[in-house]
Ligand binder design. Sequence first.
Ligand SMILES: [Zn+2]
Length: 263
Amino acid sequence: MTYRSAEYYKHITDSIQYYAKPTYEKTVDEIINQISKNPSQKKNPAVNAQWNASVNFNIRKPNFVVLHHTAQNSAEQTLFTFSISRTQTSAHYVVGRDGVVHQMLNDFVRAWHAGNSKWGNVTDMNSCSLGIEIDNNGSEPFSDAQIKALIKLLDYLKDEYGIPQANFIAHSDVAPSRKSDPSKYFPWKRLADAGFGYWYDTYNLQTPPSDFNALLALRVIGYDISSQSSAIKAFKLHYIQNEVSGTLTDYDKKVLYSLYRKF
Ligand SMILES: [Zn+2]
């Protein structure tokens, strides 16, 4: 699809929103209807005793943040993409190059951003994560204004939902065979320094012991190692960045050894 101007996408999105907002509200009504059913109304064939209600509960909350780059040319184009049903894709937030942060979905609903994914033993990342799309075409650096705005957003989310530092991860981390976003330009160290995700010791990197099992270390961090070269590539895209391949050098192994001990 040829790219039109940001103005074009803003204009078309503004008119689509006339329909998108009532559709959003209709879907929320369906969710309310689903979760308002008490256990005696929603039949579970395995239950054969009368319903006794517990009074101690609240709503489930996100425990991960998955970061993406949009691979598009403007935030306006992405807002358009997520406003139409044909694309079947969405994110909770879109962060513009200018540092403008757009929220498209309530944090408690399930956005469609991670797709087929696995991290540790979690196989439905969409159900437990927030998706943040960062406006970037994939072959350019991220602007300072954008990263500042992102960190402000992450600060809020980490605090609001008690998301652990380790659980700020990349789309490429959770879908290593399919995805490579955000790109090698993404400043993961800057994020880790701010408390989002881990980074390796940049001084005094130790040589791993001779029995160090690199694949097992990747698995401990969370990578799906069913394709070894994909897992290694995803790891290198995140932590090595200047050289991304399916094999680990001695230096990469030092980085991996340093990192996995933090998990
Ligand atoms: Zn993505």
